[in-house]
Design a protein. Structure first.
Length: 149
């Protein structure tokens, strides 16, 4: 799942599993399809074991992996700070609006998710994130200590 909250854009890829190879293919999509002209793409994600640069070297030849990685700037959310992961908000909306019933097979799921994604992107539905740094310092005091002068 990709979510660009301020642009009102998201993309979901339905796969059999969440493997390092799947992750690598999605990073390639981000670089080659979504932002082919970008010099550097900032990617914020959680610390799932597949979300590592070495996944690209597992999926691609070294030169291709390096080409993709050179365009990506990774930032990881804190291990106990999943509230930072705005993609989780999108997944929750998806679950409530699209996946609230039995879907018989992966092909049907792909069609349903694509239709939902297309409508939500056309509507440019943005996430109104109101959690501030000050809120984070209170809620996650041990992860975000204040700097005293």
């Amino acid at each position: 799942m990709f979510s660009e909250p301020l642009a009102g854009w998201r993309h979901i890829e339905v796969t059999d599993r969440r493997t390092k190879l799947d992750y690598a293919q999605q990073m390639k999509y981000l670089v080659d399809v979504r932002y082919p002209d970008a010099a550097l793409i900032t990617v914020v994600h959680d610390q799932l074991n597949t979300h590592v640069p070495s996944s690209l070297y597992k999926a691609f030849e070294p030169a291709e992996a390096k080409r993709i990685l050179d365009k990506l700037d990774f930032h990881y959310t804190p291990k106990h700070g999943s509230w930072l992961n705005m993609a989780e908000i999108e997944l929750s909306v998806l679950a409530n609006q699209c996946l609230d019933r039995r879907i018989p097979d992966q092909q049907s799921l792909q069609r349903e998710v694509e239709a939902w994604e297309q409508k939500r992107n056309l509507d440019s539905r943005m996430i109104n994130w109101q959690f501030t740094t000050a809120d984070a310092r209170i809620k996650l005091k041990r992860l975000y200590p204040s700097i005293q002068s």
